[in-house]
Design a protein around this ligand. Structure first.
Ligand code: ADP
Ligand code: MG
Length: 217
C-alpha cells in the first residue's frame, strides 16, 4: 500500500498556484520529507494530501482509495493521522488517556485501548510518563505522546506538519527519528524546514515552483 499523488494542482481562491502538477509516491513503511522556506505551501500540500483541501487537478490515493471520494475501506484503519507542531493533546489528561482515546474511533474497548497505548508509549520511549498529566511534560515528551497517539490510530498515512519546530536540537532529531522509523505500516510525510530532520526520511524533497524536487543524500 502507499500514498500516491499525481498531477496535483491547488490555489487558494484568487491566489497563485501553490501546487502545480505535483507527483508523489510514498510506499508503506517509508517516509518523505518536504522542505521549503515558510510560506511556500508545505502546510497546504499536507492539507491536500490528507483530503482537507480539494485539488483543482489530479488526485491523492491512500491505499486504493481516492482521499476525496470517501470510499469505504474494508479495514477499520483511518486513512490519515495528523501530527502538528503544537501537539493538540488534552493537557489536563494523562499521557495514557490521550493515547488510549485514539482507539475510540476504531471501536476498541477501553481496556484494550489502554493496553495498546502502553505498548506505543513504550515504543516511543515515554512509558514511564503514562500516568502524568500532559501539562507537566516537556515539549519533546509531549511530541512523543502525540506520536504514540497517532500509532494507536494505526493510520495508513501519517502527515506531520513541522512536528519538531518547538523542540530543541536533541529532541527534534530524536522525535524525527522515531517518526520516520516507528510507523512500519504507514506512509509518513513530514513537512519541515530543518535539514537535519529532513535527512532522516527515506526521501527528501524540496517544494519549489509547485513541484517536488528530489534532494540527493
Ligand atoms: N486559508 C488560506 N487562504 C488563502 N491563502 C492561504 C491560506 N492558507 C495559507 N495561505 C497562503 O498560502 C501560502 C502557503 O502557505 P502555507 O501552506 O502555510 O506555507 P508553509 O507551510 O510552507 O509555510 C502562503 O502565502 C499563505 O499566506
Ligand atoms: Mg506550514
Amino acid at each position: 500500500m502507499s500514498l500516491t499523488a499525481a498531477g496535483l494542482s491547488f490555489a487558494y481562491p484568487g491566489g497563485q498556484l501553490l501546487i502545480d502538477g505535483l507527483d508523489l509516491a510514498v510506499p508503506e513503511g517509508s517516509s518523505a520529507a518536504i522542505m521549503a522556506p515558510s510560506g511556500i505551501g508545505k502546510s497546504t500540500l499536507l492539507a491536500v494530501l490528507g483530503g482537507l483541501r480539494h485539488p483543482s487537478t489530479g488526485f491523492v490515493r491512500i491505499a486504493a482509495d481516492d482521499i476525496n471520494q470517501g470510499v469505504m475501506r474494508p479495514s477499520n484503519r483511518p486513512a490519515v493521522a495528523w501530527v502538528f507542531q503544537s501537539m493538540h493533546l488534552l493537557l489536563g489528561r494523562s499521557a495514557l488517556d490521550n493515547v488510549a482515546l485514539a482507539g475510540m474511533p476504531r471501536g476498541i474497548v477501553r481496556a484494550e485501548a489502554e493496553r495498546l497505548a502502553r505498548i506505543e508509549l513504550s515504543r516511543f520511549g515515554v512509558d514511564a510518563l503514562a500516568d502524568r498529566a500532559v501539562r507537566s511534560l516537556s515539549g519533546g515528551q509531549r511530541q512523543r505522546v502525540a506520536l504514540a497517539r497517532a500509532a494507536v490510530a494505526d493510520p495508513l498515512a501519517v502527515l506531520a506538519d513541522e512536528p519538531t519546530a518547538n523542540l530543541d536540537r536533541t529532541n527534534a532529531l530524536a522525535v524525527a527519528d522515531v517518526l520516520v522509523n516507528q510507523f512500519s505500516r504507514a506512509s509518513v510525510v513530514v513537512a519541515t524546514h530543518d535539514t537535519g530532520v529532513a535527512r532522516l526520511a527515506s526521501v527528501t524533497y524540496v517544494l519549489r515552483d509547485g513541484q517536488l524536487h528530489t534532494v540527493e543524500p
